[in-house]
Design a protein around this ligand. Structure first.
Ligand SMILES: [Zn+2]
Length: 319
């Protein structure tokens, strides 16, 4: 009996298959669904919703940051056929705010919360290294985030303008890099951050400064709270090659290339000492990391509030 039943089952399955094959519309329909799903995946739609955003109108500030020029040096993903263009996200500051991340010290942000990697450059601007950094970022069509020291912004307003004109995101890095700022009184912190923002905005009146990075990453709850009240997200980092200790371009590049992962925020310096090693490391970092992950600036908007629940203002001790 068992054998008969098995044969019957096989025959039934065969009959069903035959009917499916005869129904000529079914197979093309299945193939079409598979093609649509594959296409959506290869475009990255399932990974990063920002790639679906439409390009801004021609003439808008970020219009030059969009599109996929033919000479883009890091144009392909591994395994991608040459005939398939990469989906190009809208880059630079003019994007929606990121999902919230308060996993850094005192509730600071330490990842992009998205698939892309963010390069950040601290302590500038600097007349020697900032232009070199900007030129390399331009060459690889990468947008980054610059954490500016107020004194330097006041001294080199043309460099602040150059950073903003290239579509990078601006970040407050205190007036004169006071490592102990966060331990000072609330009024002192507030005055320092305001003065720094004013120096940056004196150069770029329509600039948006939505991030604050404490000198040396010496975060305190007071500094994070004041920054938040002033509309700035405290920006920590994930990957630190300690370029300020001058370990050499090879070491800086190796640390960043090995440490880069989706969501990473990379800490680099374009001022505050001899930064030629960092500049030279970028010649490796930009093509290497850029080939594996999208590289982009933090968006200028402050973090999105939680999707559910009520966002209450933070008070000292809560962060
Ligand atoms: Zn610094």
């Amino acid at each position: 009996m068992g054998q008969v039943n098995d044969e019957t089952a096989v025959n039934r399955r065969g009959a069903v298959l035959a009917r499916l094959l005869k129904a000529r519309t079914v197979v093309p329909a299945l193939l079409a669904v598979a093609a649509i799903l594959t296409g959506a995946y290869s475009l990255g739609l399932a990974v990063d919703p920002y790639v679906t955003r439409p390009a801004p109108a021609a003439g808008s500030p970020s219009a030059t940051a969009t599109g996929a020029p033919a000479n883009r040096p890091v144009a392909r993903e591994p395994g991608r056929r040459n005939s398939e263009p990469m989906a190009q996200p809208v880059t630079g500051p003019n994007r929606p705010p990121l999902p919230e991340d308060r996993n850094g010290p005192f509730g600071s942000r330490m990842t992009t919360g998205m698939s892309y990697v963010a390069l950040t450059f601290d302590d500038g601007p600097d007349p020697n290294y900032t232009p070199q950094t900007l030129a390399l970022l331009r060459r690889y069509e990468v947008k980054a985030t610059f954490c500016l020291v107020g004194e330097n912004a006041r001294r080199y307003p043309q460099l602040v303008r150059a950073i903003a004109a290239d579509g990078h995101t601006l970040c407050n890095h205190s007036w004169n890099h006071d490592f102990g700022l966060g331990a000072r009184g609330r009024k002192v912190i507030e005055d320092d951050l305001r003065r720094t923002n004013e120096a940056i905005l004196a150069a770029v009146p329509d600039g948006k400064i939505s991030y604050f990075r404490h000198p040396g990453g010496n975060w305190t709850s007071g500094a994070v709270t004041v920054a938040r009240e002033m509309g700035m997200t405290s920006l920590h980092w994930t990957v630190d090659p300690q370029d300020w200790t001058l370990p050499g371009a090879g070491s800086i590049a190796a640390t960043v290339n090995a440490g880069a992962h989706p969501g990473a925020i990379v800490l680099l310096h374009d001022a505050g000492g001899n930064r030629q090693g960092t500049v030279n490391a970028l010649r490796s970092i930009l093509p290497n990391v850029g080939r594996r992950f999208p590289l982009d600036a933090l968006p200028a908007g402050i973090d999105q509030p939680p999707r559910f629940g009520i966002e209450l203002p933070l008070h000292p001790g809560q962060v």
